[in-house]
Design a protein around this ligand. Structure first.
Ligand code: HPA
Length: 236
């Protein structure tokens, strides 16, 4: 049955969903990597597609930017469409010069100042949420067999992209050991947890808060391919 934000039927969506932030990136993945593609959502242009990768079913759908947006889509996928696992594939900004542009990161936890988890379930009072350990193990194994190096670490999920105090990141790096920043994982991991489902987050470094370097759109597309190959090999 359709939800307010996803105009699909149960069965239209695979057990495994890859979620880039950008719905056009979801379309790119479907167009270039999947066979037998069917669109399952166009509401608000938050495109979603189901297809097969090496013969195995997998879906891909945009999450939008920020925790409220991924919070809505991931909750509906888990609870109304029988989705078992969501893997966010996004970009992030590095908080340390030990990380280079285009590095691929795997989140071991998400630190956030966000009230998302507390507001969503009432009782949650931690500043950290966690991905599914077995899913992370599969991702690491896939990366290894594809010969793509990945780096593991705490990710900062921020509600704010443009901070008045740019240097806030230094304190967050120091106090929470967060190696990079994005804006969605904390809510995704929380929703998986309350829904008894699985989640993980793979990121490509698109910019550095330390060196202020940034990537071009073309370069990002190439680097993104490595991360996608790791995620696509989760199709089962
Ligand atoms: N801040 C927040 N989210 C991001 C960034 C950033 O610098 N880079 C990529 N996603």
């Amino acid at each position: 049955m359709a939800t307010p934000h996803i105009n699909a039927k149960k069965g239209d969506i695979a057990k495994t969903v890859l979620m880039p932030g950008d719905p056009l990136r979801a379309k790119f993945i479907a167009d270039n990597f999947l066979d037998n593609v069917k669109s399952f959502n166009t509401v608000r242009n938050m495109f979603g597609y189901t297809g097969t990768y090496k013969g195995k079913p997998i879906s891909v759908m945009g999450s939008g930017m920020g925790m409220p947006s991924i919070g809505i889509y991931s909750y509906e996928l888990y609870n109304f469409f029988d989705v078992e696992r969501i893997v966010r594939i996004g970009s992030c900004g590095a908080y340390t010069d030990e990380i280079d542009l285009y590095d691929v990161l795997l989140a071991t936890s998400a630190y956030s100042e966000s009230s998302y988890a507390k507001v969503q379930s009432g009782s949650y009072d931690s500043e950290y949420t966690y991905p599914t350990a077995s899913l992370n193990e599969n991702i690491e194994a896939n990366a290894k067999s594809l010969d793509i190096p990945i780096r593991k670490g705490v990710i900062h999920s921020s509600d704010v992209f443009y901070r008045e105090n740019f240097d806030d990141y230094k304190t967050i790096y120091k106090n929470h050991n967060a190696i990079a920043v994005e804006m969605e994982s904390f809510a995704l991991f929380h929703n998986a947890n309350v829904s008894n489902k699985e989640a993980a987050c793979i990121l490509t470094v698109s910019d550095s808060l330390v060196t202020k370097e940034a990537t071009s759109a073309d370069e990002r597309q190439n680097a993104f391919t490595k991360m996608m190959e790791i995620a696509l090999s989760l199709a089962e």
